[in-house]
Design a protein around this ligand. Sequence first.
Ligand SMILES: Cc1cc2nc3c(=O)[nH]c(=O)nc-3n(C[C@H](O)[C@H](O)[C@H](O)COP(=O)(O)OP(=O)(O)OC[C@H]3O[C@@H](n4cnc5c(N)ncnc54)[C@H](O)[C@@H]3O)c2cc1C
Length: 372
Amino acid sequence: MNFKNISQRSWWEREVMSHPRDLIIVGSGITGLSTALYYKKQNPEKSVMVLDRGFWPTGATGRNAGFACFGSAGELLDDLKHEDEAGVKDRLRLRLEGLELLKSELGENEIGFEMTGGYEIFDSKEDPHFLESAENLPRFSKWVEDITGVANSYEVRDINGFVSIFNGLEGYIHSGKMLRRLTQKVMDAGVEIRWNSPVENVEANRVVLSDGLELLAGAVMTAVNGYSSHLLGETLVKPARGYVMVSNPLKKMPWKGTCHYNMGYVYFRDLGDRLLIGGARDVDKAGEESTENEINPKIKQWLIDFVNDKLGIDPDWRIEQEWTGVMGFGATKTPEMKRLSNGVYTAAGLGGMGVAIGMKVGERMAGMIGQE
Ligand SMILES: Cc1cc2nc3c(=O)[nH]c(=O)nc-3n(C[C@H](O)[C@H](O)[C@H](O)COP(=O)(O)OP(=O)(O)OC[C@H]3O[C@@H](n4cnc5c(N)ncnc54)[C@H](O)[C@@H]3O)c2cc1C
């Protein structure tokens, strides 16, 4: 069958299947699905289709660490070295409001949300990064209070022999449950989702699948994050691979909550009686600029040594599951949300904080599409 030739479609296919949609979104991660949800809510009469190359979403949304976090003190301090205060505060607001939206829209139980609190650990009380972060806690707590109304969210605490900055407002989710719930909501809202549909080319009003099938649309948006350059040919966002491993069930699991180390490059949490740990991308940043889901042995070994040297778990622990996922990083830590020169809308570059900001990004994109 020649998919490319629309004149060879049946009357019935043209009427019901291949008619132009008002909006086609490529990518069914948190960004694409949230955009679809809010666009459909705002425009119930419009037809919306989401396409994804995988049998299920195969990007970072289903392969992350499940941290519902909004910025450790050390990370905020580091951001202030590269950006002005207004930019850092804006992103903090985006993250905090995004997390609220995620919980209220999808339901805390349904996404496995637990408000555990989180720790940013440091090697010693003399660590200059700790000292500077600790000095700034009243300032950062005030920023959080201005947005949430909750005072004193950051405080210095000792944990398992480490000095840490505790953040009472952090927690974690079950990313699989979150994705399942969001997908169901989007379908209930009347959005069509097609999996196993790799897209090869996008234009303002047309999408071409890898098998040649052409679909027409009033507007097209890409939400493929780390895979953006494959599809758009633009270097708006660079891919950045992330690694995660999960241990066997442990006799002793002394860590509870979301934990960060080295300005957020390393992150770990409990998964019941198991340890989940990931990150350390800074060990080989250039090597991780890849969309291939392969494990970097240098990073894996660095994390194994970190667990053995620092975390105080059973010495005979072992890795039971490990995986990688692909993030996207833009020129700044704030995602790209715009209409490109070819008329295609895009949202990409959610970095390592898509759980927090993904729904808010989707809400903003839904308001932007068709308004220009
Ligand atoms: C290892 C790891 C750990 C992380 N941990 C956290 C965390 O704890 N907390 C946090 O907030 N964030 C975390 N993140 C980041 C977060 O997961 C991402 O920012 C977020 O999921 C991005 O969502 P997205 O919808 O924009 O992109 P994605 O989820 O990557 O979705 C893109 C979709 O596009 C599809 N696609 C790609 N190309 C095509 C094509 N040509 N045709 C059709 N479909 C296509 C893919 O299959 C995919 O489903 C982590 C990321 C990784 C990789």
